[in-house]
Design a protein around this ligand. Sequence first.
Ligand SMILES: [Zn+2]
Ligand SMILES: [Zn+2]
Length: 384
Amino acid sequence: MNWEIDEDALIAWRRDIHAHPELGFHETRTSGLVAELLEGFGIEVTRPTPTGVVGTLRGSRPGRSVALRADMDALPVLEETGEPFASQTPGLMHACGHDAHTAMLLAAAKTLAGLRDELAGTVTFLFQHAEEQPPGGAAELVAAGALDGADGVFGLHVMNQKAGTVTIARGAASTAYDGGQLTIQGRGSHGSMPQHGIDPVVVGSEIVLALQTVVSRSIAPDHFAVVTVGSFNSGEAPNIIPDTAKLALSVRTTDPADRETVRRRVHEVIAGVCAVHGATFTLDWEPGYEAIQNDDGAAELAFAAAATALGEDRVAWGPATSGSEDFSVYAARVPGCFLFFGGGDESEGFPFQNHHPKFNVTESALAAGARLEVQIALDFLAAE
Ligand SMILES: [Zn+2]
Ligand SMILES: [Zn+2]
């Protein structure tokens, strides 16, 4: 089977999408462009949500069904790359590389559409909206049936690593996220008469320190978990003990049992410290995305496809990202694998991480990403 990637078109699409970023649930222009291009390739297009696009490519013979996913949304970031194709909308930027994801999957779709006569089975292209905004677009697409009938699902994310290299995690590929809003109710008093009050600043401070033991003492040392207190607000004046303190914290874990343990221990620590001081509290959890769990078989297939498409020296097993991603919704439904793809590292002139105003990827790597996606689809459909 002979095929290639239309690299010029890929880069032109990437620049166009990059110049016109749109926030999650508002990807009107981007989804319109994607739908139009897919139709032009002869791919069947449905729009299950206002800004999500699903393309279905049926091969000439029946067979397995594989889904490939790209996300399309941008971030509320003021771009500082200085690129000629930089965002034309001040305050919005493709700072997570979803412009590259969309363009690479479009190029892969164009190539696969050209191979239709040689394909057995179905390839579904999930152009997903709103990855950056929980509850996210993946859950909406799955609820609308976009993954029905799929036997496997694959997606990749450009990362700040050597251009054109692939790393794949065994098991968890990302973390589960939980946000917590804590309000400590003390009792205000004159700053010179602390004996009449319950000082929420002191209680909160003790809680912040005590929370540092949750991971270090309750989670196995070889497991991933983070508890961060990201904000602490209380009081207005040096001589007044305030009534309340408000803290916001975040928890990230990769193991579902650890997730429960951390949430339980956080609650117990807060309750214990408050009780000792006579304070009360409310703790509201805002659950984010689950951790992506890579399927062993899907990960092996992706690893082999990456070795075929890019060379054995360009693919390695690697760690999960500490971030969270709603590809987890697909991977919980059918066997899947989420790959990390190098968009360039510091030694190649790309020192900035995803979400930074200067985040960028090298365009010379993008055709390799599309080649990888085509190879995964071909290998998956050819497998028994
Ligand atoms: Zn992101
Ligand atoms: Zn992202």
